[in-house]
Design a protein around this ligand. Sequence first.
Ligand code: FES
Ligand code: FE
Length: 373
Amino acid sequence: MTTTEQPASLISTLPGHYYTDPAVFALEQAHVFEDMWFCVVRSSDLPTPGSFRKVQVGRESVLVVRSRDGGLRAFLNVCRHRGAQICTEDSGAVKRAFQCPYHAWTYDLDGKLIAAPNLTKMPDVDRVQYGLVPVHLREWLGYAWVCLATEPPSFEDDVVGAVTERLGDVESIDRYELDSLTVGRRITYDVKANWKLIIENFMECYHCATIHPELTEVLPEFADGYAAQFFVGHGAEFGKEVQGFTVDGGEGFDKLPGVAEDQDRRYYAITVRPTVFVNLVPDHVVFHRMFPVAEDRTIVECDWLYSRDVVESGRDVSRSVELFHRVNEQDFAACERTQPAMSSRAYANGGVLVPSEHHIGAFHEWLTQRLSG
Ligand code: FES
Ligand code: FE
């Protein structure tokens, strides 16, 4: 046996090149990020008409904007005249319209072309037809999700379905009232690793005992290494002495009002493919969005969401934030340690999936099917 062969009885992970090959990443951009519902912004980040945020979805730059009627719209960030990027800032606010910096074509907040130098002399330029190209947008859990596909997949099946499949029903997440929570802290991580290493890491608990000392203190069952948190409806129970989901297990905040008794003192983790992780605890929610930017680099934006009262009263959220911030740093360091080895000949045929990681095997199956389709 050469060093790269696995014994037949063990299931292999994806081969190393899936994590390093720009051609695989290009396929993922086309068949995953651009074809699925992709979570882009917290709706409250765009508070007033004209507030916008520019985000990267697959190969496209997308502009998400609050319109005059109060709703959110999304467009490709490309001028219809000669293709200049309309907006180069990551976020901001315009008064009434977006003006292209090249020849000053101007688009209103609904994307309609409203002005262009000498346009009156050009007959038959339809202002809607030559407006910004719209992108499908849905709001759920207080976030905007966009889809670049001409015919998007069912939001209910793909996004809501992922949550209900994990929790057993949609009411279980509704009770946390995510859309009414306030961002108490946001941390953006620039992770030098392929997005799939991050997702696979999130989906397993095999590493918890090794790299998450604080988390396993609060959630003792994680020390066993089994991904019990992925059984339908199962929430990991806080340790007996633990008062709250904080870095030292000390007291947190009051339970969110809708959270049921059987959800109290429990942690639920949900993966919504392709790029969202949601963590529910009684007094707050930790919400991750990934933005894969290259085969070996992923930006992760992580929000800690609390009740409005907690944030507005200025209460100190730092001990609560610190727990998952440490978990993030520990996880991302592990992913970054793994990334360089993906191009080693030792990993040419992949590594090993231990039996408790069958759901990661299912993720690989799902991915390879999407890429071949
Ligand atoms: Fe935008 Fe010409 S490219 S106005
Ligand atoms: Fe982890």
